[in-house]
Design a protein around this ligand. Structure first.
Ligand SMILES: [Zn+2]
Length: 724
């Protein structure tokens, strides 16, 4: 992927005002596409300052929007939608990405029912009155429609890139006759529902390989005809995607909407992962307040905030829209997008192709299914804490992280899955002086099976503990450091990094939650009471670590005759088990918290948990690259490019205080500016600080190890250019 490198010539890095305009259009509406006019259509994007547009060649309904020989053209389309838009766009510096619906095609499957995906119960996936009519990528759909269409589109038109949507079979499974044939021929086994029940990953891996092979075939076809055309499939380069799939895509695409989970942190968190890659990745939001195709429109304030979180964190801004049934665009929407893109245009010169300044590596996990994310609560909770505490951090996925020499701190949520080599890199990092913060069941794994004197495996009769009901699976990998001559002291579960943590795992507790005893330094800014963590603790015993806070059990578990006013009873007996420990390891330090505090914070918004963890980090992270005197709803991020550094401050505000259970998502209406934010930057080589895009030089004060200055005003996004 060297051609896509950040310092390379690829245009995609420099085009961050992108609109993807959906055009999934059935044929039943009277007058469908009748008012389409290419000149007006393209003028709308030009007026809104867009510089990339995603244009349809085929929609989910299977209707072609170009001058096709293969497949079925929309019956309302008289001309060549794609070709005419492309010709108009060529008059401006407007790049065109051809959208092709791959994993959904209603026309193809209704005309060729044997092409349908079949689920594990033998039902076709479709025919339920929705847009989701799913063809199987192992059926002749690929050979007889997809490949011929992609070939003719690529040969016929000169354009800039492709977006192939939905590269995956639903849930990565299909049980149609074509899949069963291919599976049998490749594996010698039968693809059955019984196999799916007993070995779900075997079946899903076949599904993932189907997606990878399809995209490999498409990529090779496109590159053979037009090597300069960028190829992408939706979801490529997301956290946790298979590398083979990523390598089929010249740029990444990670869909991201605040309304999907109700959080506005999605863009920042995604961008903080993809910026560790040397591949440009679109973070794609939408104009609609609540999901694709709901024809509402966000405020300019919300779009500016959303775009700032993408742009400032190293992502490429892309916003989705939907063409109206008559083939026109809603002009009022482009007043709003235009205002927000002007905001981007003023700032992009300070953002494009920048790299993050390495300080904290959050090494987490993320799982995907089809193309929907299932955001990992532990990883996202850790990211939320770090964002709100103004910490400088990047995000890596499981073992896919480099040597950590550039970083000062590593954070491990308990869901992270680390192979032995990855654990060894972390061990070296701490030994050389790094700071580690780990929580809950991080690196907890099954110890090796040890034969008994009679030759029977002891583990065969032993119950295996589930680390947690909701998130953690017990890893099967052998644990480094375990005794080869007998069971480790903890039984069958042991921390892979027990020596680094300085604690040994003992066991689980009867309680679904517990309290932490007060530590004066760590309790700064919160009430001096035993503090609740609403997740199960682990009993661990220190080997070399010191205890800073202990677990205080709840008074009881509510049951008959033991009810209390609230379902979560107050604190009861103090235990001897640590809740927070500190361990010196080599030249470095390991902090360990014996509960999944990150997931707890993500699910509960219990601010005291964040403050305790923040106080703990701040007590030991002595080399923070900057400090910002601002409330938790201001995000801070430090980037660098050439000799300059760029400190970004981004303000989130929501004034909605209404019903949460039904309206889980509160759109942003207005953001009120803040004033006089104190900043220190730990860098003595800084000679000048300029507030951008205003160009206002800020007076600098020298400190012991850097500079201090005041940002006079922050509305939505302020950039301080730090010149050295
Ligand atoms: Zn199939």
């Amino acid at each position: 992927m060297t051609t896509m490198a950040r310092d390379g010539e690829n245009w995609f890095w420099d085009y961050t005002r992108q609109v993807h305009v959906d055009f999934h259009m059935p044929e039943f509406p009277v007058g469908a596409i009748a008012k389409f006019d290419a000149e007006q259509f393209v003028q709308t994007f030009v007026r809104a300052r867009a510089n990339v547009i995603g244009v349809f060649t085929k929609c989910h309904f299977g209707n072609a929007f170009y001058d096709n020989y293969y497949g079925h053209k929309h019956n309302g389309l008289k001309g060549d939608f794609f070709g005419e838009v492309l010709a108009e766009a060529r008059k401006y510096d407007l790049k065109v990405i051809a959208y092709y619906s791959l994993g959904t095609d209603a026309y193809a499957v209704t005309q060729n029912p044997d092409w349908y995906q079949i689920d594990e119960n033998g039902n076709v996936r479709g025919s339920e009155g929705t847009v989701w009519e799913l063809p199987c990528l192992n059926s002749p759909y690929r050979e007889e429609l997809v490949i011929p269409q992609v070939r003719e589109i690529t040969e016929k038109y000169v354009f800039d890139g492709y977006l192939f949507d939905i590269p995956y079979q639903h849930n990565h499974t299909c049980f149609c006759a074509y899949c069963r044939k291919k599976f049998r021929e490749e594996t010698g086994r039968e693809l059955t529902t019984e196999l799916y029940r007993d070995e779900p990953e075997t079946v899903r891996d076949f599904g993932r390989r189907t997606a990878i092979r399809t995209m490999q075939e498409i990529r090779e076809l496109v590159k053979a005809i037009r090597p300069e055309v960028l190829v992408n499939c939706n979801g490529a380069w997301r956290m946790g995607e298979p590398e083979e799939l990523n390598l089929t895509s010249d740029y990444g695409l990670w869909e991201s909407q605040p309304s999907a989970t109700g959080t506005f942190y999605n863009h920042s968190i995604r961008a903080r992962h993809i910026r560790t890659l040397d591949v440009p990745v679109q973070i794609m939001t939408v104009r609609f307040t609540e999901g694709w195709g709901l024809m509402s429109c966000k405020t300019p304030e919300q779009l500016k905030y959303e775009f700032a979180t993408i742009l400032a964190n190293g992502g490429i801004v892309n916003i989705g829209d939907q063409v109206l049934p008559d083939g026109t665009l809603q002009q009022g929407v482009y007043d709003v997008i235009g205002e927000a893109f002007e905001f981007v245009e003023q700032r992009e010169a300070y953002c494009l192709r920048a790299r993050s300044v390495a300080h904290i590596a959050l090494i987490g996990n993320n799982t995907t299914n089809w193309y929907h994310d299932k955001d990992d609560a532990s990883t996202f909770g850790a990211a939320k804490m770090l964002l709100e505490g103004h910490h400088q951090f990047d995000i890596y996925c499981n073992s896919a992280f480099p040597e950590l020499d550039g970083y000062k701190v590593v954070v491990l949520p308990e869901t992270v899955e680390l192979d032995e080599a990855a654990q060894e890199r972390i061990r070296r990092f701490v030994a050389r002086g790094g700071l580690l913060l780990a929580e809950g069941a991080a690196t907890l794994g099954r110890a090796p099976v040890v034969p008994s004197t009679t030759g029977a495996a002891l583990t065969a009769a032993a119950p295996i503990e589930a680390a947690s009901a909701s998130a953690v699976s017990v890893r099967d990998s052998a644990v480094p450091g375990s005794s080869a001559s007998g069971l480790s002291k903890a039984g069958f579960l042991r921390f892979g990094l027990a020596d680094v943590f300085g604690v040994e795992y003992r066991e689980r507790t009867p309680y679904p939650f517990a309290y932490m005893t007060e530590d004066e330094e760590l309790w700064q800014g919160i009430a001096r009471i035993p503090q609740l963590v609403e997740e199960p603790f682990l009993k661990v015993t220190p080997t070399t670590a010191e205890t800073r806070s202990r677990i205080q059990w709840p008074l009881t578990v509510p049951a008959r005759n033991r009810a209390f006013r609230h379902p979560l009873p107050p604190a009861g007996l103090e235990s001897d088990y640590p809740a927070i420990t500190v361990n010196r390891y080599g030249e470095g330090t390991a902090l360990y918290i014996a509960a999944p505090v990150f997931r707890s914070y993500w699910h509960s918004n219990h601010f005291w948990v964040r403050r305790i963890v923040g106080n703990l980090l701040n007590a030991y992270d002595t080399q923070k690259p900057f400090t910002v005197e601002a409330p938790a709803h201001v995000e801070a991020n430090l980037m660098e490019r050439g000799d300059d550094r760029f400190l970004h401050l981004i303000q989130y505000q929501s004034v909605q205080v209404g019903e949460k259970s039904t309206a889980f998502y509160a759109p942003i209406e207005t953001i009120t500016p803040m004033h006089d934010i104190g900043v220190t930057v730990r860098d003595s080589s800084i000679k000048q600080a300029v507030l951008q895009p205003e160009g206002l030089e800020l007076p600098l004060r020298r400190t012991d190890d850097g500079v201090a200055f005041t940002v006079p005003k922050l509305h939505i996004h302020a950039i301080v250019q730090l010149k050295r």
